[in-house]
Write a protein that binds this ligand. Structure first.
Ligand SMILES: C[S@@+](CC[C@H](N)C(=O)[O-])C[C@H]1O[C@@H](n2cnc3c(N)ncnc32)[C@H](O)[C@@H]1O
Length: 180
């Protein structure tokens, strides 16, 4: 297992732009906080009553802006929470297509989608009925897997923002449950 924390990258930046202006209330979870750069943006803005983050790696290289009192938990995705706990769940998961998971900070499994779908299933299991999920994926990923998953699970998938890095496009998606 790789135990180096993820270096804040283009996918982190795409998510951070959105989180810096996010108006919300209630409870917020970030899955896979890494160094905590995005977590601390939401934590410090104080729009949510409860802000919690998880990572599977020890939270040993947290950035200096992460407060000592912050609610960070070493856990597998959102597995430590009860159903219908969060109003909002955000993540930029490991999404690089790979045959195996050798680096847990970057490797997304086959088509880059195995780990992101695992994150999404876990996020859905703790999301309130009216809650929202945001996640970042790449044009290098098998995005049809995400689209099919959302259709099957009766989820509304929307494209919120994107950024281009050479030939790759990173997209920030939102997911909510269909109303009927
Ligand atoms: C692409 S990195 C993003 C890190 C951070 N959000 C950032 O932007 O700097 C993905 C993160 O997910 C974490 N991760 C991987 N598998 C996980 C799991 N099963 N449960 C929780 N976190 C996990 C990794 O350790 C890594 O910190």
């Amino acid at each position: 297992l790789n135990v180096q924390n993820y270096i804040f990258s283009q996918d982190s930046v795409l998510l951070s732009g959105y989180l810096s202006t996010l108006e919300g209330s209630g409870s917020y979870l970030e899955i896979g906080v890494g160094g905590g750069g995005n977590f601390s943006i939401v934590d410090r803005r104080g729009k949510f009553d409860i802000v919690v983050g998880t990572d599977i790696l020890p939270l040993s290289t947290l950035r200096t802006e992460v407060r000592q009192s912050s609610e960070l938990i070493v856990a597998d995705r959102a597995s430590c929470f009860r159903a219908e706990t969060f109003d909002f769940v955000a993540f930029n998961p490991p999404y690089v297509p790979s045959n195996e998971i050798l680096d847990v900070t970057t490797d997304g499994g086959l088509g880059g989608m195995e780990v992101p779908i695992d994150f999404l299933e876990s996020a859905l299991s703790v999301l309130k009925p009216e809650g929202k999920i945001v996640l970042v994926l790449s044009s290098e990923d098998s995005l049809d897997v995400l689209k099919r998953f959302c259709e099957r699970e009766k989820l509304v998938l929307s494209n919120i923002a994107e950024t281009r890095i050479f030939f790759e496009i990173l997209t920030l998606y939102s997911i909510t449950r269909r109303k009927n």
